[in-house]
Each structure stands twice: as structure tokens, then as C-alpha cells.
Design a protein around this ligand. Structure first.
Ligand code: PLP
Length: 413
């Protein structure tokens, strides 16, 4: 197989062992791998000006990616907008022009999981892999199903039986062989691991497969470009398996190495979890590098229901290196924050991202935000995928020919 990219090898995140990038890999000593590039060569070949003429998709950073645009399995992964949120900022006592939501819900399949799975499926196709499997809290399964369909590759999806209904149905719609598991995502992960030999599929679990991280990395590359290569001071990110946070941190490191960033300073990363499942927050506060599994994990923010993350040390390292923090917010208030942002800004946040709104409140109370700092909050998915969370009783007009206008005005309030 030819290697038209700048990838030089894969590297164990735990001990630095190098692996051949021309072969498909999962992990080394049960821990994740980094994809490494010849950044000196990238620096010579890639200049900011070249971006001006490239399509506005995640593939525009080709020199920092493992596959070329022409080889990508793609559904048009457009750059997602940074939407200013003046009313939300004011609500939390921030300067009106300092808060943005990076709206990842506009990607294909309605979540940022599209970035990682577009990349992983592109690589799988390149390696000639014909059968893929994934354990999922919801959105990753949907994204795999869609990209596998696009590539003509078979996909098996395993999700907890109480995964949001829309995720279940979308996997089925896109033709993945979808199973509900009476258990947690860790049980789904075990099924995928144990089925590897018997059914011959390739395991696409978060961070057990090295290229999903490279897809998520484009979130950080994009953010840097959109901010004129002057990164914001604070990033709030709803953290489950952690690929988003770790991917962004890797993006910033690579951009710094290329000399593209305007400042030495990096954003402080804030990993946000629900108090129904907060293993990373617990480890952060205890000063530990590895997180103990969370018992009885339970949250409506299904993307955050990850009791044990295989890349825990990568997440915690990144948060600490950035001078950031990890925050658990109250599960019971997630819908309140969804409604707040919907009402103030017209943006539909997934419950995961709503947790970041709660974190904004806590950061403010702890004096950890400064007035003129630029804050970016990630909306990782679309509220519309969480019908169970949104379920509400609406007032009814029983007889459309006899509208009671007084009652109507009262009921709408
Ligand atoms: C998967 C998911 C997350 C968690 O993302 P990681 O990068 O794995 O930490 C957050 N929000 C949504 C909507 C997700 O689907």
C-alpha cells in the first residue's frame, strides 16, 4: 500500500513504542496510539495561504491527516460555525462579545462523531477491511452506520438498551447490524473485543482505533483557523471517552510545531461531566493520572456515560498541561440549561453540551473566568436526537374552528 501522506509511524501513548503505520493497529499494551507525522516536512510543504483555495471541509488540512481528500469516505463534513452568544454571555456575567458556541450538531449525522468516523472508515477502506464493529453510547454508532454505508463496508453496532431512541433507529436506517445490550457501554465494548476472533471484525472503539482521534483533531485545527490562529482562552468540552479534548490538544501541539499559532499561550481546557458519571473529575481532583471506573453510571447525556475511558491519562495530561480543570455538573439541571440556551440564543444543545453551560456557571462562581477572556463551548450534537429528554406536554387546540384566544395567550406563556 502506498503512503501518500506525511504520517511516519504510530506511537504508543504510554511508552513511546513505534508501530508501522502501513498496517492496521488497535492498541499497544491495552493503551492508545498516537499517529505521528513528519512535521518538519509538513512545515516545508504546507502554508496557511494554501487553505484559501481549499474546500471548507475537515479535509482541507490534508497535510496533517492520514488520508488524502481524494481517498476520503465523505458526506461533506463542512466546517462548523462559531456562533456568537451575547445574551448567554451576559446571563453569566461575561462580556457580550466573548462567548461562542462551536456548533458541531451541523455535521452529517447530527454530531461531531462524524469527524472521527469519517476518518476511521476512510482508513479501514484503505486497509481493505470489510467488517467493522463499535460499542456506542449513541452517536458514534449512528456515524459509523452512515459512513460504513457510504463506503460499502459491513458494520456491527452494540449499544446499551436505554440508548436514545433516535440513535437506535438511525443505526438501523443506515443498515448497520444493530444490537441492544442490557448493560453499559463497557459491556458493549467487551462484546466487540470478544467477537473479534470469531467474527473477524475490526474494533473501532474510541481510542482503541488510532484514526478517529485524527478526525476529531480537525475540530481544533478548524477552531484555530476560525480564530485567526489566536486560540481562545477557555474551551469547555463535554467529555466522555475524551477523543475530542485529546484531539484538539494534539491539533494545538502540531500547529505550534508548524509555527502557525500567533501566541505561545494555549487555551485552558475544561472537561465537563455529569455528576451521574464523572470518573475524570474524580481523578483530576484526586491528582491521579488514571481514573477508577465510575459505579452505576447514569446520565441523560448519553455521550458522557463512559464509566471508564481507555485514554483517561491522555485526557488528564492534556487538562493539566493546559492549566485547565475538570468539572461535574448536576444531572438534574441538564434540561434546564438546554432550555436556557434555546430560549436565549435559538441554539439547540444536546444534553452533553448543556453540561458545559452548567460548568460556565460554576467557573463564574469560583472566579475562574476573567471578563475579557474568549470562551468557546462545544455543542457536540443536536438536541433533536434526544426526544426522551425533550418530551413535553403541549397545550392542545381541540376544535380548530373555535379558538379560545384568551386561553391561547395564557397557555403559551
Ligand atoms: C461522544 C459524545 C461526547 C463525548 O465525546 P468524547 O470526545 O468521546 O469525550 C459528547 N457529546 C456527544 C453528543 C457525544 O456523542
Amino acid at each position: 500500500m502506498n503512503q501518500p501522506t506525511f504520517v511516519i509511524h504510530l506511537e504508543s501513548a504510554l511508552d513511546g513504542t513505534r508501530l508501522d503505520a502501513n498496517l492496521p493497529h488497535t492498541m499497544h499494551r491495552e493503551r492508545p496510539l498516537w499517529v505521528r507525522y513528519d512535521l518538519a516536512a509538513v512545515r516545508r510543504a504546507f502554508r496557511k495561504e494554501m487553505l484559501r483555495h481549499r474546500p471548507h471541509t475537515m479535509w482541507r488540512y490534508a497535510e496533517l491527516l492520514p488520508v488524502a481528500m481524494a481517498e476520503a469516505v465523505s458526506l461533506a463534513e463542512n466546517m462548523t460555525p462559531l456562533v456568537p452568544c451575547p445574551r448567554l454571555a451576559t446571563h453569566f456575567g461575561l462580556a457580550a462579545d466573548c462567548l461562542w458556541i462551536k456548533d458541531e450538531s451541523r455535521l452529517p449525522t447530527g454530531s461531531f462523531k462524524a469527524r472521527g468516523l469519517a476518518m476511521a472508515v476512510s482508513m479501514a477502506r484503505r486497509f481493505g477491511i470489510r467488517r467493522l464493529a463499535i460499542p456506542t453510547a449513541g452517536n458514534a454508532g449512528g456515524a459509523l452506520a452512515a459512513y460504513a454505508a457510504r463506503a460499502g463496508i459491513e458494520a456491527f453496532v452494540f449499544m446499551p438498551a436505554d440508548t436514545p431512541l433516535v440513535n437506535q433507529l438511525e443505526c438501523k436506517l443506515w443498515g448497520a447490524r444493530t444490537y441492544l445490550v442490557d448493560g453499559l457501554i463497557t459491556d458493549c465494548a467487551r462484546i466487540v473485543r470478544e467477537g473479534r476472533e470469531r467474527l473477524g471484525w475490526f474494533d473501532l472503539s474510541t481510542l482503541k482505533e488510532p484514526y478517529r482521534l485524527e478526525g476529531k483533531k480537525t475540530m481544533g485545527l478548524e477552531l484555530a483557523e476560525q480564530c485567526g490562529w489566536r486560540l481562545p482562552e477557555l474551551i469547555l468540552y463535554p467529555t466522555g471517552g475524551g477523543t475530542g479534548l485529546v484531539g484538539m490538544w494534539k491539533a494545538f501541539e502540531e500547529l505550534a510545531e508548524l509555527g502557525w499559532l500567533e501566541e505561545e499561550r494555549r487555551p485552558r481546557l475544561v472537561a465537563v461531566q455529569s455528576d451521574g458519571c464523572a470518573p475524570l473529575v474524580r481523578a483530576f481532583e484526586a491528582g491521579e493520572r488514571f481514573a477508577r471506573p465510575w459505579e452505576n453510571a447514569s446520565t441523560a447525556a448519553s455521550g458522557l456515560r463512559v464509566p471508564a475511558a481507555v485514554g483517561d491519562f491522555m485526557i488528564l495530561d492534556a487538562i493539566r498541561a493546559s492549566g485547565g480543570t475538570a468539572i461535574a455538573v448536576r444531572e438534574a439541571r441538564l434540561t434546564e440549561w438546554m432550555r436556557l440556551v434555546a430560549r436565549l440564543e435559538g441554539i439547540s444543545l444536546c444534553p452533553e453540551a448543556a453540561a458545559c453551560v452548567g460548568a460556565l456557571e460554576i467557573l463564574g462562581a469560583r472566579g475562574m473566568t476573567r471578563p475579557s477572556e474568549r470562551v468557546v463551548l462545544f455543542n457536540t450534537g443536536a438536541a433533536q436526537k434526544y426526544v426522551e429528554v425533550l418530551a413535553a406536554e403541549l397545550p392542545r387546540i381541540a376544535d380548530p374552528s373555535r379558538v379560545d384566544w384568551d386561553q391561547l395567550e395564557a397557555a403559551a406563556a
